[in-house]
Design a protein around this ligand. Structure first.
Ligand SMILES: CC(=O)CC(=O)SCCNC(=O)CCNC(=O)[C@H](O)C(C)(C)COP(=O)(O)OP(=O)(O)OC[C@H]1O[C@@H](n2cnc3c(N)ncnc32)[C@H](O)[C@@H]1OP(=O)(O)O
Length: 284
């Protein structure tokens, strides 16, 4: 099995930047693609801020050599020579299938792996729009990517077992993460459990049953969660939380996955959590 040295990441938002960072910290040569000059600049700043923080906390010796291994560009074609490309764009099936179709035409290495960091969109839907579904799988990281150890590995029915094993070696041996194996069902393991939990907390708040602070304090102090479900929704992003809930609802048609009106209205209002400065809490 050939080790993966060159990685492409599409999207440099919360997840894409985190994925690019952990790959570069593991010594990989990383190219990140963003859709506009403004988004590329924001992505570079995100990467710099995170790596400076890691440096100041003594997690890495120096940020500069890690940053030097990451190139942020705007042309998808720059990914042509990559051995692994990880997609981390918006959680939208149409956008992701269109991207996979384009990437399929761009990657030149017949053994290149095309991975998605989707939380909830079936991998099969992405695999079948390419000419190489056996090289397509889900590699799902958790936010904050540099901190959380888990990666969900999600082969579709058409993914070659050798490709899954190459991806496993990459995330475990190279990135130092721990992988769990998941079936190709919306939400995989973690979000199928976590999202209904967060939605229940939002319904509890919406019904006036308890305040946001008390709901979160309850779970932190009473169940030893690192943060409560509403603070966690703010961290994930309320738009992403809603998008994942919609994919789960679409797949299973279970009421527990239906996004509550409060979540929908907050997203309509642009209250997206930490990334927009306000969600269930306000951030300076
Ligand atoms: C929707 C999806 O598909 C997938 C998802 O991502 S679901 C979301 C999964 N994520 C979670 O469940 C997160 C749960 N929350 C946590 O783990 C913690 O609350 C947290 C790590 C976010 C913050 O932890 P905290 O103890 O409150 O804050 P803090 O003391 O600042 O951070 C703890 C450590 O994490 C690091 N850290 C926190 N946020 C970080 C970030 N964004 N980037 C890098 N490092 C970070 C800190 O540097 C610190 O490290 P040290 O202790 O080694 O110095």
């Amino acid at each position: 099995m050939t080790a993966i040295r060159s990685v492409g990441v599409v999207g440099c938002g919360l997840m894409g930047a985190g994925i690019a960072e952990v790959c570069a910290r593991a010594g990989k040569d990383v190219v990140v693609v963003e859709s506009s000059p403004a988004a590329a600049d924001a992505g570079r700043q995100r990467l710099e801020a995170s790596l400076k923080r890691a440096e100041s906390r003594g997690k890495i010796e120096a940020a500069a050599p890690v940053l030097a291994r990451i190139q942020v560009v705007e042309q998808l074609e720059t990914l042509a020579d990559r051995e692994l490309v990880i997609e981390a764009i918006v959680e939208d099936e149409v956008a992701k299938t269109e991207l996979f179709r384009r990437l399929d035409g761009i990657l030149t290495d017949p053994e290149a792996i095309l991975a998605s960091n989707t939380s909830s969109i079936p991998i099969m839907k992405l695999g079948v729009v390419t000419s190489r579904p056996e090289h397509v799988l889900g590699i799902h990281f958790f936010n904050p990517v540099p901190v959380l150890a888990l990666v969900e590995l999600v082969p579709s029915l058409l993914t070659s077992p050798a490709v899954t094993e190459r991806a496993r070696a990459f995330v475990q041996d190279d990135l130092g993460k721990q992988a769990i194996d998941c079936q190709d069902r919306a939400g995989f393991v973690v979000n199928a459990l976590l999202i209904p939990f967060i939605l229940s907390a939002i319904r509890m708040l919406e019904s006036g049953f308890a305040t946001a602070e008390d709901i979160d304090r309850g779970l932190v102090l009473g169940a030893a969660h690192p943060q409560g479900p509403l603070a966690l929704a703010d961290l994930i992003g309320l738009d992403t939380t809603k998008a994942v809930a919609e994919s789960l609802y679409e797949e299973f048609k279970e009421p527990l996955y239906a996004a509550p009106p409060l979540l929908a209205r907050m997203v309509d209002a642009g209250l997206l959590g930490r990334k927009s400065g306000r969600g269930f809490y306000t951030y300076s």
